[in-house]
Design a binder for this molecule. Structure first.
Ligand code: FAD
Length: 333
């Protein structure tokens, strides 16, 4: 495989397609395809070879049918088993490895999501590959671009591994469209690995607001909000007046003002909405790593020297407890 990959430069496009084949891992939750994971399909298409999708879980037929309509997929590999519903890495990784080996894939691509970050390192270890994480661009089938040091440097890395195991940054690859595709659906292999890990329960923060990772507008609150009560009182009406998702800095999360799932930044979610409004957030480098690619950045902070103003397109210096309710009222009107 290694020889095949290195010689691809001298192959015709048709021969290249035969040599390169990518498996894009699709996520599902409660029988619904997670469209955010379709970034993996877009990235896999850029490799130039054939692209198959992979999805597993119980009563998977409706997810598989939806996945078959995803543009750019030639085939959808499906494993119907409740054992894979929650994406536990202990059994999901061996499941993927069996299917990767069976399909002879040269590339495995997943989103750099909680699921991708959980499962793919195990897949890479089992395949004896060096994982390439959180890529933002593909130069060719073995050369990838990824931010390092919280986005302060951009590394271009080349892999000589037989199977390249890759996670992609969702904001760098738009999700593949659903509708135009007509992929064949095929049963994958189920190794039925005995796992010592059992799914017990989950406690999810639910919200009617848009999903933070894919929202077009995000309003984020920081330590300046002072308490959970104030955070909810100030940020929720602001979000609703804009139809925005709510985000938070790590200081706000660590102080218990906001749920951990709302954290934006190096160790939280990476977002790139049309509008990002930072309220009472200083703009630490680790926070900027999660939002600096937003199209328009606005900030409200009482400190005119706060670093957030260095990246903001629009800034308002003032007390957030005064300015935000005023802004919310004006937006509602
Ligand atoms: P602060 O830095 O305390 O800023 C609060 C701001 O609110 C100040 O600028 C202040 O002027 C303003 N303010 C206060 N009161 C008011 C008021 N009444 N009106 C208007 N403005 C007001 N951080 C993240 O956010 N996300 C991450 O993913 C992340 N990952 C990290 C990973 C590592 C390894 C490390 C070391 C740190 C990480 N951090 C992360 C933490 C980061 O360094 C900062 O500590 C954090 O972002 C600060 O959050 P903040 O801006 O809310 O708080």
């Amino acid at each position: 495989l290694r020889n095949a990959t290195t010689s691809t430069l001298f192959q015709s496009p048709a021969a290249l397609r035969r040599l390169l084949s990518a498996l894009a891992i699709l996520e599902q939750r409660e029988g619904k395809l997670n469209t955010g994971s379709l970034s993996a399909v877009t990235a896999a298409q850029k490799l130039g070879g054939s692209v198959h999708g992979f999805v597993a879980g119980s009563s998977i037929k409706s997810v598989a049918d939806e996945a078959a309509k995803v543009e750019g997929l030639e085939k959808v590999i499906v494993v119907d088993s409740a054992a894979y519903d929650k994406g536990l890495p202990e059994n999901y990784a061996p499941l993927l490895v069996e299917n990767i080996k069976k399909g002879g894939y040269t590339h495995v691509v997943a989103g750099n999501t909680a699921f991708g970050k959980n499962v793919l390192p195990r897949v890479a270890a089992l395949l004896d590959s060096q994982q390439i994480s959180d890529i933002t661009a593909i130069e060719d089938d073995k050369t990838f671009v990824r931010p390092i040091y919280a986005g302060n440097a951009i590394a271009t890395v080349e892999s000589s591994d037989a199977v390249k195991v890759i996670t992609v940054r969702g904001t760098a690859f738009p999700a593949a469209a659903i509708g135009g595709g007509s992929a064949a659906v095929e049963d994958g292999v189920d190794p039925k690995v005995e796992s010592q890990t059992e799914w017990v329960s989950e406690d999810l923060a639910t919200s009617d607001r848009p999903d933070l990772a894919t929202a077009g507008k995000v309003v984020s609150g920081g330590r300046g909000l002072k308490s959970k009560e104030e955070f909810d009182k100030i940020m929720n009406p602001l979000a609703d007046s804009l139809g925005a998702a709510v985000g938070a800095s790590r200081a706000a999360v660590d102080s218990g003002y906001a749920d951990n799932s709302l954290q934006v930044g190096q160790t939280g979610k990476v977002v790139a909405p049309q509008l990002y409004l930072a309220v009472g957030i200083s703009g630490a480098i680790q926070h900027l790593a999660g939002m600096k690619d937003s199209k328009v950045i606005a900030a409200i902070n009482k400190d005119a020297d706060a670093p957030i103003f260095q990246v903001a397109d629009v800034g308002l210096v003032g007390d957030l407890f005064e300015k935000v309710p005023e802004l919310t009222e004006k937006l509602k009107a």
